[in-house]
Design a protein around this ligand. Structure first.
Ligand code: AMP
Length: 223
Protein backbone atom coordinates (compact mmCIF):
# COMPACT_ATOMS: atom_id res chain seq x y z
CA UNK A 1 0.00 0.00 0.00
CA UNK A 2 1.63 3.25 -1.16
CA UNK A 3 0.18 6.42 0.32
CA UNK A 4 0.94 10.14 0.12
CA UNK A 5 -0.37 12.49 2.77
CA UNK A 6 -0.61 16.27 2.32
CA UNK A 7 -1.58 18.94 4.83
CA UNK A 8 -0.20 22.28 6.01
CA UNK A 9 2.15 22.35 8.99
CA UNK A 10 -0.14 22.31 11.99
CA UNK A 11 -3.05 20.47 10.32
CA UNK A 12 -2.53 17.27 12.31
CA UNK A 13 -0.97 15.53 9.34
CA UNK A 14 1.65 13.78 11.49
CA UNK A 15 -0.98 12.54 13.96
CA UNK A 16 -3.33 11.28 11.24
CA UNK A 17 -0.35 9.85 9.35
CA UNK A 18 0.54 7.73 12.41
CA UNK A 19 -3.04 6.37 12.48
CA UNK A 20 -2.95 5.52 8.77
CA UNK A 21 0.47 3.95 9.22
CA UNK A 22 -0.91 1.64 11.92
CA UNK A 23 -3.89 0.65 9.77
CA UNK A 24 -1.74 -0.45 6.84
CA UNK A 25 1.43 -1.37 8.74
CA UNK A 26 3.77 0.45 6.36
CA UNK A 27 6.73 2.64 7.35
CA UNK A 28 5.83 6.30 8.02
CA UNK A 29 8.44 8.23 6.10
CA UNK A 30 8.59 11.87 7.14
CA UNK A 31 10.98 14.09 5.25
CA UNK A 32 11.30 16.52 8.16
CA UNK A 33 12.17 13.66 10.55
CA UNK A 34 14.88 12.36 8.19
CA UNK A 35 16.38 15.85 8.05
CA UNK A 36 16.22 16.32 11.83
CA UNK A 37 17.85 12.91 12.44
CA UNK A 38 20.67 13.92 10.12
CA UNK A 39 21.04 17.25 11.90
CA UNK A 40 21.28 15.61 15.32
CA UNK A 41 23.81 13.06 14.02
CA UNK A 42 25.84 15.88 12.47
CA UNK A 43 25.94 14.30 8.98
CA UNK A 44 26.86 16.27 5.85
CA UNK A 45 23.24 16.13 4.75
CA UNK A 46 22.16 17.49 8.14
CA UNK A 47 24.63 20.36 7.97
CA UNK A 48 23.43 21.33 4.50
CA UNK A 49 19.73 20.98 5.41
CA UNK A 50 19.94 22.91 8.68
CA UNK A 51 20.52 26.35 7.18
CA UNK A 52 17.36 26.06 5.07
CA UNK A 53 15.20 24.46 7.76
CA UNK A 54 16.01 27.11 10.35
CA UNK A 55 14.95 29.83 7.90
CA UNK A 56 11.69 28.01 7.12
CA UNK A 57 12.82 27.42 3.56
CA UNK A 58 12.70 24.19 1.61
CA UNK A 59 15.86 22.15 1.40
CA UNK A 60 16.85 22.31 -2.30
CA UNK A 61 15.26 19.77 -4.65
CA UNK A 62 18.62 18.35 -5.78
CA UNK A 63 19.18 17.14 -2.20
CA UNK A 64 15.61 16.22 -1.28
CA UNK A 65 14.28 14.45 -4.38
CA UNK A 66 17.02 11.76 -4.67
CA UNK A 67 17.07 11.33 -0.87
CA UNK A 68 13.36 10.42 -0.82
CA UNK A 69 13.24 8.40 -4.03
CA UNK A 70 16.16 6.31 -2.71
CA UNK A 71 14.53 5.94 0.68
CA UNK A 72 11.47 4.36 -0.96
CA UNK A 73 13.70 1.69 -2.48
CA UNK A 74 14.93 0.45 0.91
CA UNK A 75 13.92 -2.99 2.16
CA UNK A 76 11.34 -1.85 4.70
CA UNK A 77 9.34 -0.20 1.87
CA UNK A 78 8.85 -3.43 -0.09
CA UNK A 79 5.26 -3.79 1.12
CA UNK A 80 4.52 -0.09 0.77
CA UNK A 81 5.04 3.25 2.44
CA UNK A 82 3.31 6.30 3.80
CA UNK A 83 5.09 9.43 2.67
CA UNK A 84 4.60 12.62 4.66
CA UNK A 85 6.25 15.96 3.85
CA UNK A 86 7.05 15.10 0.25
CA UNK A 87 6.27 16.35 -2.38
CA UNK A 88 6.39 19.88 -1.05
CA UNK A 89 6.36 21.76 -4.34
CA UNK A 90 5.34 21.29 -7.96
CA UNK A 91 8.80 20.16 -9.11
CA UNK A 92 8.88 17.44 -6.43
CA UNK A 93 5.34 16.35 -7.33
CA UNK A 94 6.30 15.97 -10.99
CA UNK A 95 9.50 14.09 -10.10
CA UNK A 96 7.55 11.82 -7.75
CA UNK A 97 4.79 11.04 -10.23
CA UNK A 98 7.29 10.36 -13.02
CA UNK A 99 9.43 8.13 -10.76
CA UNK A 100 6.36 6.11 -9.75
CA UNK A 101 5.36 5.62 -13.36
CA UNK A 102 8.89 4.66 -14.36
CA UNK A 103 9.24 2.13 -11.54
CA UNK A 104 5.71 0.86 -12.18
CA UNK A 105 4.91 1.61 -8.55
CA UNK A 106 1.20 2.15 -7.83
CA UNK A 107 -0.07 5.08 -5.81
CA UNK A 108 -2.96 3.67 -3.79
CA UNK A 109 -4.11 6.73 -1.86
CA UNK A 110 -3.40 10.44 -1.84
CA UNK A 111 -4.78 12.15 1.27
CA UNK A 112 -5.17 15.89 1.77
CA UNK A 113 -5.90 17.29 5.24
CA UNK A 114 -7.50 20.68 4.67
CA UNK A 115 -7.06 23.48 7.20
CA UNK A 116 -7.03 27.28 6.96
CA UNK A 117 -3.84 29.19 7.47
CA UNK A 118 -4.67 30.97 10.77
CA UNK A 119 -5.73 27.79 12.55
CA UNK A 120 -2.68 25.92 11.27
CA UNK A 121 -0.39 28.62 12.65
CA UNK A 122 -1.91 28.54 16.14
CA UNK A 123 -1.64 24.78 16.24
CA UNK A 124 2.05 24.84 15.34
CA UNK A 125 2.88 27.32 18.09
CA UNK A 126 1.12 25.10 20.65
CA UNK A 127 2.80 21.89 19.53
CA UNK A 128 5.02 20.06 22.05
CA UNK A 129 7.23 17.07 21.26
CA UNK A 130 7.62 14.09 23.55
CA UNK A 131 11.28 13.17 24.04
CA UNK A 132 10.33 9.46 24.14
CA UNK A 133 8.16 9.18 21.03
CA UNK A 134 7.68 11.55 18.12
CA UNK A 135 4.18 10.11 17.58
CA UNK A 136 2.82 11.07 21.03
CA UNK A 137 0.63 14.08 20.18
CA UNK A 138 0.68 17.05 22.59
CA UNK A 139 -0.57 20.59 21.97
CA UNK A 140 -1.16 23.27 24.59
CA UNK A 141 -3.91 24.90 22.42
CA UNK A 142 -5.92 21.74 21.60
CA UNK A 143 -7.97 20.38 24.48
CA UNK A 144 -8.14 16.81 23.12
CA UNK A 145 -4.35 16.46 23.16
CA UNK A 146 -3.41 18.93 25.90
CA UNK A 147 -0.30 17.74 27.78
CA UNK A 148 -0.62 16.47 31.34
CA UNK A 149 0.84 18.55 34.18
CA UNK A 150 3.37 17.44 36.76
CA UNK A 151 4.87 19.77 39.38
CA UNK A 152 3.57 22.77 37.43
CA UNK A 153 5.24 21.63 34.20
CA UNK A 154 3.65 20.20 31.06
CA UNK A 155 4.56 16.54 30.43
CA UNK A 156 3.55 14.09 27.68
CA UNK A 157 -0.11 13.11 27.99
CA UNK A 158 0.67 9.59 26.70
CA UNK A 159 3.77 8.54 28.64
CA UNK A 160 4.55 11.37 31.09
CA UNK A 161 7.85 12.06 29.28
CA UNK A 162 9.45 15.49 29.09
CA UNK A 163 8.28 17.83 26.32
CA UNK A 164 10.29 20.04 24.01
CA UNK A 165 9.47 22.39 21.16
CA UNK A 166 10.96 22.31 17.70
CA UNK A 167 13.09 25.41 17.20
CA UNK A 168 11.35 26.18 13.90
CA UNK A 169 7.91 25.92 15.58
CA UNK A 170 8.30 29.00 17.76
CA UNK A 171 9.56 31.31 15.05
CA UNK A 172 6.57 33.15 13.54
CA UNK A 173 8.45 34.42 10.51
CA UNK A 174 9.60 30.87 9.69
CA UNK A 175 6.03 29.55 10.14
CA UNK A 176 4.68 32.22 7.79
CA UNK A 177 7.33 31.28 5.26
CA UNK A 178 6.46 27.57 5.51
CA UNK A 179 2.77 28.33 5.11
CA UNK A 180 3.54 30.64 2.21
CA UNK A 181 5.14 27.64 0.51
CA UNK A 182 2.29 25.27 1.40
CA UNK A 183 -0.63 27.46 0.30
CA UNK A 184 1.12 28.59 -2.91
CA UNK A 185 -0.94 27.29 -5.83
CA UNK A 186 1.60 28.44 -8.46
CA UNK A 187 4.71 26.40 -7.61
CA UNK A 188 4.28 25.43 -3.94
CA UNK A 189 2.73 22.44 -2.18
CA UNK A 190 -0.85 23.26 -3.22
CA UNK A 191 0.38 23.33 -6.81
CA UNK A 192 1.67 19.79 -6.14
CA UNK A 193 -1.67 18.75 -4.60
CA UNK A 194 -3.52 20.12 -7.62
CA UNK A 195 -1.10 18.29 -9.93
CA UNK A 196 -2.10 15.02 -8.24
CA UNK A 197 -5.78 15.99 -8.31
CA UNK A 198 -5.57 16.13 -12.10
CA UNK A 199 -4.16 12.59 -12.21
CA UNK A 200 -5.51 10.51 -9.32
CA UNK A 201 -8.31 10.62 -6.75
CA UNK A 202 -7.30 12.73 -3.77
CA UNK A 203 -9.15 11.98 -0.52
CA UNK A 204 -9.93 15.33 1.13
CA UNK A 205 -10.48 15.48 4.90
CA UNK A 206 -11.51 18.54 6.93
CA UNK A 207 -8.74 19.03 9.53
CA UNK A 208 -10.72 21.46 11.72
CA UNK A 209 -12.50 19.03 14.10
CA UNK A 210 -10.67 17.15 16.88
CA UNK A 211 -8.14 14.38 16.27
CA UNK A 212 -10.72 11.61 16.80
CA UNK A 213 -13.34 13.09 14.44
CA UNK A 214 -10.74 13.70 11.73
CA UNK A 215 -9.36 10.17 11.99
CA UNK A 216 -12.87 8.64 11.92
CA UNK A 217 -13.67 10.61 8.79
CA UNK A 218 -10.36 9.65 7.21
CA UNK A 219 -10.62 5.93 8.05
CA UNK A 220 -14.20 5.87 6.71
CA UNK A 221 -13.07 7.42 3.43
CA UNK A 222 -10.16 4.98 3.16
CA UNK A 223 -12.73 2.17 3.51
P1 AMP B 1 8.42 19.25 8.61
O1 AMP B 1 8.87 18.42 9.76
O2 AMP B 1 7.68 18.45 7.58
O3 AMP B 1 7.70 20.49 9.04
O4 AMP B 1 9.76 19.74 7.87
C1 AMP B 1 10.67 20.59 8.50
C2 AMP B 1 11.52 21.29 7.48
O5 AMP B 1 12.27 20.32 6.70
C3 AMP B 1 10.77 22.10 6.43
O6 AMP B 1 10.40 23.39 6.90
C4 AMP B 1 11.79 22.16 5.30
O7 AMP B 1 12.81 23.10 5.58
C5 AMP B 1 12.40 20.78 5.36
N1 AMP B 1 11.65 19.87 4.48
C6 AMP B 1 10.78 18.90 4.86
N2 AMP B 1 10.27 18.27 3.78
C7 AMP B 1 10.84 18.85 2.69
C8 AMP B 1 10.74 18.66 1.29
N3 AMP B 1 9.91 17.73 0.76
N4 AMP B 1 11.49 19.44 0.47
C9 AMP B 1 12.31 20.36 0.96
N5 AMP B 1 12.45 20.61 2.28
C10 AMP B 1 11.73 19.87 3.14
Amino acid sequence: MNILIFGPNGSGKGTQGAIVQKKYNVPHIETGVIFRENISKGTDLGTKAKEFINKGELVPDDITIPMILNRLKEDDCKEGWLLDGFPRNLAQAEAMYEALQKENMPLDYVIEIELDRDTSKKRIMGRRLCVNDNNHPNNIYIDAIKPAEKDGEFVCRVCGGALTTRSDDQDEAAIDKRHGIYYDTETGTMAGVNYFKERVTVIGVDGLPGVKEVSEDLLKKLG
